[in-house]
Ligand binder design. Structure first.
Ligand SMILES: Cc1ncc(COP(=O)(O)O)c(C=O)c1O
Length: 477
């Protein structure tokens, strides 16, 4: 496949589009000529967007493009324009698009047994639970609960926290759940209660109570939250919920040592340590789970890890991994449930995704290509770029001014999908199969950003960010 981006294939004909079979016949489209995004015929991006605005609830705003097919790290829109997908459906498409192994596994399972209720088990569901426990190096007595999404996994974890209710001072004395400022855990009511951003929370208050936010990465504040004074005044702590690397806050890794200290504080007080690895799990940071990296987790064993996003390689599936007998038995029979969670097709998708990551050595690829991207972007010489940070293939490009939306628009025009995660930061979360050549194209894009994007050199920065960022430097020579 041609390694350049922003190229076109012939626009699918109207009858192909109307039939709902949007992939141009004959596999990979040809890539001659420049993109013509002004085409407005039947089935064009413009026409689909118009239909979208009348049919789909306006919670996301209009779509940036209407996409019709994908292959590997590329997707094509309804006008036939190709994009290098550096967002992967927000850290989801671990194997890229239309991966043959994933496609075959899902098709085979659907053609064999597509759904059963949780009155029944299936071999795929059971095998996936065992596989996750094995990859997480979970101790004897550990168990998995399956969901369909990240927010549902966090809802289950929240309910587990509520069940961890009996404290040192007696039954029902653990009333507090701690979460971090800047954290994002989902949009359903429990997960939203754990999410700190006021704009997400306030329209839906009152939310489930008892949640307290502690400043990101501040160990003194965390110690205070567990102190005897805090317990006497506000009650014991049932759980601490954290992302090892905050994704939506702009790819902010927790400072080294934080999780080790958090583990000590939670263990000493009987609180659960819940790691939200919905975004960081399943290889995204270069290990199966981010907490397994020494510099992030320091060798700790958490009580609960929540997963989703990359787990199904694009098929909706989430999971709660409960470490050890105590965490695994907090939710008893009838205390939680789901119709679709543990569905065998979703489980087959997850097993295939995990299998390909292992078979193709993708964890090593994530580490190598991630480093290439971070170093390359940080040293690309553009005055628009102030640095790059992150782990593996979860990366934020720090900009020298709050121009992330402009950068994302320019990227799209040039055939790259990126995400303006903060006013002054662009997030990259590409498929784990991204190649070195594709990474070079990405570096070239950032190097070529027009200097006038940042205007005067004193343009204001966005939010202060304590995360370690590889500082931008000019190329030598
Ligand atoms: C860390 C984290 N937790 C939870 C969620 C919510 O997941 P979902 O959108 O699948 O409900 C997200 C989504 O971005 C996330 O990044």
């Amino acid at each position: 496949m041609n390694g350049t981006t922003g190229e076109t294939s012939p626009t699918p004909s109207a009858d192909v589009v109307d039939a709902g079979h949007l992939a141009p016949a004959g596999g990979v489209p040809s890539v001659e000529g420049a993109a013509d995004t002004t085409v407005a015929g039947p089935g064009s991006v413009a026409q689909w967007t118009e239909r979208y605005t009348h049919a789909v609830m306006d919670t996301f705003g209009p779509p940036q493009k209407v996409l019709v097919r994908g292959e590997g790290a590329y997707v094509w829109d309804a006008d036939g324009t190709r994009y290098l997908d550096l967002l992967a459906g927000i850290a989801v498409n671990a194997l890229g698009h239309a991966h043959p192994t994933l496609t075959a596994a899902v098709s085979a399972q659907l053609g064999t047994l597509g759904h059963v209720s949780n009155f029944f088990g299936t071999p795929t569901q059971i095998a996936l639970a065992e596989r996750l426990l094995n990859l997480a190096q979970a101790p004897e007595g550990s168990r998995v609960f399956f969901t369909n999404s990240g927010t549902e996994a966090n809802e289950a974890a929240f309910k587990m926290a509520r069940r961890n209710r009996d404290g040192v001072a007696g039954p029902g004395t653990r009333t507090r759940v701690l979460a971090l400022e800047g954290g994002f855990h989902g949009r359903t009511m429990g997960a939203l209660a754990l999410t700190s951003k006021a704009a997400y929370r306030e329209p839906f208050e009152p939310l489930p109570g008892g949640v307290e936010f502690v400043p990101f990465g501040d160990l003194t504040a965390l110690e205070e939250a567990f102190s005897a004074d805090a317990v006497a005044a506000r009650g014991e702590v049932a759980a601490l919920v954290v992302e090892p690397v905050q994704g939506e806050a702009g790819v902010r890794p927790l400072p080294p040592g934080y999780l080790v200290a958090a583990r000590e504080l939670t263990a000493a007080s009987g609180a659960l340590l819940v790691l939200d690895e919905v975004q960081t799990g399943v290889g995204r940071t270069g290990t199966w789970f981010a907490f397994q990296q020494q510099e992030i987790g320091g060798g700790i064993t958490p009580d609960v890890v929540t997963l989703a996003k990359g787990l199904g390689g694009g098929f909706p599936v989430g999971a709660v991994v409960a470490f050890g007998e105590r965490a695994a038995t907090l939710l008893g029979r009838g205390q939680h449930g789901t119709t679709f969670g543990g569905n065998p097709v979703a489980a087959a998708a997850a097993l295939a995704t995990l299998g390909v990551i292992e078979r193709d050595g993708l964890l090593a690829n994530v580490r190598a290509v991630g480093e290439q991207l971070r170093e390359g972007i940080a040293t690309c010489g553009s005055p628009v770029v102030a640095g790059a940070r992150g782990r593996g293939l979860l990366i934020a490009v720090q900009l020298a001014a709050p121009v992330a939306a402009d950068v994302a628009r320019l990227a799209l025009d040039q055939g790259f999908i990126v995400n303006a995660v903060q006013p002054d930061a662009v997030r990259l979360a590409p498929p784990l199969i991204l190649t070195r050549d594709q990474a070079s194209d990405v570096v070239a894009f950032f190097a070529g950003l027009p200097a006038d994007l940042v205007g005067s050199p004193t343009a204001p920065h966005g939010s202060a960010d304590p995360a370690p960022t590889v500082p931008a430097t000019r190329p030598k020579g």
